[in-house]
Design a protein. Sequence first.
Length: 168
Amino acid sequence: MNKLIYNQKKIPKDQWRYGLRSSAATGCGWIAAYNALQLMGYHTEPEKLIRYYKRHVPGLNGTFGTFVMTPVQLFRKLGFEVKVTVRRSEFDDLAKSSDACILFYHWIRRPKFGAHFAALQYRDGQFTGYNTYKNSTGPDGYGESIEEFISRKKYFGTVLIGIRDRRF
């Protein structure tokens, strides 16, 4: 497996610019796609993902972060089977039947409000996330249920993107 990005905040501010800001500030969308590809054994250059994302929804992707459907379109274009749900009750089953996933969620930490993308995978009865927190140093344990993890963290406006590799 190639190198995963565990913490976007550790990316140097002048590396991998994403629109008006650095990837350290607004790059979680392309980073989630990058990590999902890595988890499935594929390698791509970050610059290629950034170019695709910025062209997919010009003016939005890279300026204010990433449009939630951009990873869906990317993986479909690459030939992967993609399923999307906003029903939390379906998250665990979709993630278990996927090779990798991307979780999108909103958060509030008064007075701040934001949104984030993180890659995740189900292995050995546990869900593991990548680039989940601004202080992550490695894989982040989500536990046995994504739905319970989201509830504990009080995330809302959640979307789960399940990705299956069609190679096999």
